[in-house]
Ligand binder design. Structure first.
Ligand SMILES: [Zn+2]
Length: 344
């Protein structure tokens, strides 16, 4: 029986994501540009996960994008397809300074410890519970970004943990922060061969699967490499956040839209796992739905001249935000899931 865990205190995350509050117009404009790019793509003919034809009935529409519910696997697909052309238009190459200060290091490790250590602990605890010795873990993190997750796993004692990442700037940044080579750069077309050839037994995709254009090929590579015993991933879910966003069209849509062109449900995750011969080991659901709602209320109050009421809202709403989110999580409506699946 798969384990289900719910909730996670918000802690410092509100502070880390403060741009969402102060730069609504800017973020919304960025999201509009990303939607423009998606609207230029061909219409999606089949579901991203199960490949059955996308039916004609619209589930909802938000920020000019229609979303369709797949009747076979329950996946929620946008009307237009994510393509290489779309990826080129929306993924901006980051640039980083070459000189990093002690302050940068402090921020880096604070972020790692707040956001990524709990995720790494969840993974390692569940692997232990499943009978894996930690000394036998070899971990590959695909789409490792700035290396926070790999750094967290290594801090918890897994020496054989490395990441691959497309962005050279992020690889350099991660390695400089950590003082060792924990990531290596790999172009998009190198990812499938890397997965085919890896001898790692745990492969992780933290906030990555939803962005992969050739998801089928990536999943097939995992399926056909028997060394890979566990996959740990987090993906965006069809959730309360989607509904809050659809109801607040003047607020930045963090969740559906932008680079997220499709959303998971438990049933489409199950379908995906089954299709590669894996099954659920453990899932941890904790969303940002309550924070999204809070942010949208703040932005809307500000927009209609009610900034004093916004202060009252923060005074009264923030003390209960973790409890509200826990309730959403327990009712299976969280914006995000962390899942470990295991080869059958
Ligand atoms: Zn489907």
């Amino acid at each position: 029986m798969a384990v289900r865990k719910y909730g996670k205190p918000l802690g410092d995350i509100l502070k880390i994501k403060s741009d969402f509050f102060t730069k609504n117009e800017e973020m919304l404009a960025m999201s509009h540009r990303q939607a423009d790019a998606l609207l230029r793509q061909p219409k999606r003919k089949c579901c991203k996960i199960c490949h059955e034809p996308v039916p004609g009935e619209v589930l909802y529409e938000s920020q000019r994008m229609r979303y369709y519910l797949c009747p076979v696997c329950g996946h929620v697909n946008s009307e237009y397809e994510d393509t290489d052309d779309f990826a080129e238009a929306v993924y901006i190459t980051d640039s980083y300074e070459n000189n990093y200060s002690e302050e940068d290091r402090g921020k880096y490790f604070a972020r790692r410890d707040t956001i990524y250590i709990p995720k790494a602990e969840f993974l390692l605890n569940e692997l232990k519970r499943d009978g894996q010795s930690l000394s036998g873990i070899r971990l590959l993190d695909d789409g490792a970004g700035s290396g926070y997750f790999v750094s967290a796993v290594r801090k918890l004692g897994i020496d054989e943990a490395e990441g691959v990442e497309i962005s050279r700037a992020q690889v350099d940044f991660a390695n400089a922060m950590n003082g060792e080579e924990i990531l290596r750069q790999a172009d998009a077309e190198a990812i499938v061969p890397i997965l085919k050839g890896t001898d790692c037994n745990v492969v992780t995709f933290i906030g990555v699967l939803e962005h992969i254009i050739n998801l089928d090929e990536v999943l097939r590579a995992v399926k056909e490499n028997p060394n890979i015993r566990y996959i740990y991933f987090s993906v965006p879910m069809f959730s309360m956040s989607c509904i809050f966003e659809a109801a607040h069209q003047n607020c930045y849509n963090r969740h559906a839209g932008g680079t997220h062109t499709h959303l998971f449900q438990d049933s489409s995750i199950r379908y995906m796992a089954e299709s590669i011969g894996f099954k659920e080991l453990s899932s941890w659901k904790f969303g940002s739905d309550a924070m999204d709602l809070y942010r949208m209320l703040c932005v809307s109050l500000e927009q209609n001249g009610n900034s004093r009421l916004k202060d009252v809202l923060s005074e009264r709403f923030l003390p209960m935000i973790d409890e509200l989110q826990q309730t959403i999580d327990r009712h299976e409506s969280a914006s995000e899931i962390h899942t470990i699946i295991k080869r059958k």
